[in-house]
Design a protein around this ligand. Structure first.
Ligand SMILES: NC(=O)c1ccc[n+]([C@@H]2O[C@H](COP(=O)([O-])OP(=O)(O)OC[C@H]3O[C@@H](n4cnc5c(N)ncnc54)[C@H](O)[C@@H]3O)[C@@H](O)[C@H]2O)c1
Length: 434
């Protein structure tokens, strides 16, 4: 199959490289000329484990191409995937669909032969209808079908998720489009994930419902963590106790500083807007959004309390800035709110993250960045673990103690066992454990 991927970001680049690895010929297009130049130069503009090797192999084997030139890539495609961003629209939280619609307008002119146009971006119900209308208006003669195929990969484990998905949701009622989509995903048959064919609107809503449900799970365990602290229970043990129940499942039950990232915050807001617009308010999700917002600020207060009620003039060492480990993505990372609160209260914030500092720098001008863990800790009044990178799980605690001015650890990801750390003479504050 000839596949064109429009948008070569976290989703487009990973999906494009994986489709190429399946044996398809894939052209990844992006309007960001600098991104394409870097890719042509063999550089990977994002951090995603294994992606550099996957891209290099498929480029060498002449199955993966990069360009800013949309027209020829559209003309020759059997399927065109739209994988551009759908951020929150300022003001009302609705998904900003301007990038998606601009792609629809641009590709319409160049369509040739039967083409399946696949929306991989996360888009509200009805977006497929609108993409179809836009293209039809410009090219009444064109032979095309618009399909919804939301992406469920997780940054940091994106290649594995793409190649071994729990399911592939495909929204179309058209038999020809169904055949093309089945052929594109045929190499997955070996792993037997279900290709789950549904209507286009159902597919669009499935993605939002999945993200809202996962965000709810995280928020639920975070509130249980607060209760654990009050009543002397351990949230990790509670989470395991409920997670072993197959009806609940153990994933997404890690108490922490609240969900962030490029998807959950904007997708929960967009779903709320869809609910409001259709007179079907989603009160559970409304509460989840509000609780999660408050949580990020509460985490800064946790640090302030650990330091006796004030951080003015105190040096705080943050380990981890990305919204989760194994990514450099800083979009809506909890660290942003935590840094803003601490710096706003007069703290001198120092930080280290293995991958996200390039992205973090312009977002946190008040922070001093370091090249390694231990130089970040020198003379700090407290160490705060914000993202659970593996590298932070096995710190040399004796060295940490000699470097810190005061032996205080605030562990917002529960990576250490309280007894182990306290035994070494630290004041240790974590989430939902006493
Ligand atoms: N990042 C994730 O983990 C994830 C997971 C599942 C779904 N999604 C969804 O996938 C979509 C893309 O997300 P992302 O994280 O890859 O975004 P991203 O910002 O990393 O990438 C989007 C890319 O699209 C390019 N672009 C924008 N307009 C363009 C145009 N007209 N022509 C060509 N290129 C254009 C941008 O330059 C950018 O490189 C979003 O809807 C997101 O919600 C993301």
């Amino acid at each position: 199959m000839n596949i064109t991927m429009i948008g070569s970001g976290y989703v487009g680049l990973v999906s494009g490289a994986c489709f190429a690895d399946f044996g398809h010929k894939v052209t990844c297009v992006d309007s960001d000329a600098n991104k394409i130049a870097r890719l042509l130069n063999g550089e990977i503009p994002i951090f995603e484990p294994g992606l550099d090797e996957l891209v290099a192999t498929n480029r060498r084997q002449q199955r993966l191409f990069f360009t800013t030139d949309l027209e020829p890539a559209v003309r020759n495609a059997d399927a065109i995937f739209i994988a551009v961003g759908t951020p929150s629209r300022r003001g009302d939280g609705h998904a900003d669909l301007s990038f998606v619609y601009s792609v629809a307008t641009t590709i319409a002119e160049s369509l040739q032969g039967f083409t399946v146009i696949v929306n991989k971006s996360t888009v509200p119900v009805g977006t497929g209808d609108e993409v179809e209308r836009i293209i039809r208006e410009i090219r009444p003669d064109a032979d095309f079908e618009v399909v919804s195929n939301p992406e469920f990969l997780r940054e940091g484990a994106a290649i594995e998720d793409f190649k071994r998905p729990d399911r592939v949701v495909i929204g179309t009622d058209d038999p020809r489009a169904r055949e093309v989509m089945a052929e594109i995903y045929r190499p997955l048959n070996l792993n037997q994930p279900p290709l789950y064919f549904v209507g286009r609107r159902t597919s669009e809503l499935t993605k939002y419902a999945a993200n809202a449900f996962l965000a709810t799970k995280i928020t639920f365990i975070n509130e249980i963590a607060d209760l654990c602290e009050k009543v002397g229970a351990d949230v990790q043990e509670v989470a395991r106790g409920i997670g072993l129940d197959k009806r609940i499942g153990g994933k997404f039950l890690h108490a922490g500083p609240g969900y962030g990232g490029s998807c959950f915050p904007k997708d929960t807001l967009a779903l709320l807007k869809t609910g409001q617009d259709n007179s079907a308010p989603l009160r559970i999700v409304e509460t989840v959004v509000a609780v999660n917002d408050a949580r990020k600020r509460a985490m800064a207060r946790k640090v302030i309390n650990a330091l006796g009620g004030s951080v003015r003039g105190k040096k705080i060492a943050l380990l981890g800035l990305a919204f989760k480990p194994n990514t450099d993505d800083m979009r809506d990372a909890p660290s942003l709110a935590i840094v803003a609160s601490l710096a706003g209260d007069g703290a001198d914030v120092h930080a280290y993250d293995p991958e996200s500092m390039e992205q973090a720098r312009p977002l946190m001008p008040e922070v001093t960045f370091h090249d390694d863990v231990y130089s970040t800790l020198e003379s700090a009044d407290a160490l705060v673990i914000v993202t659970e990178w593996d590298a932070f799980r096995a710190l040399d605690l004796e060295r940490v103690k000699t470097l810190l001015k005061a032996p205080v650890i605030v562990d917002l990801r529960n990576v250490y066992r309280p007894a182990d750390v306290r035994k070494r003479g630290f004041t240790y504050v974590s989430v939902g454990r006493v």
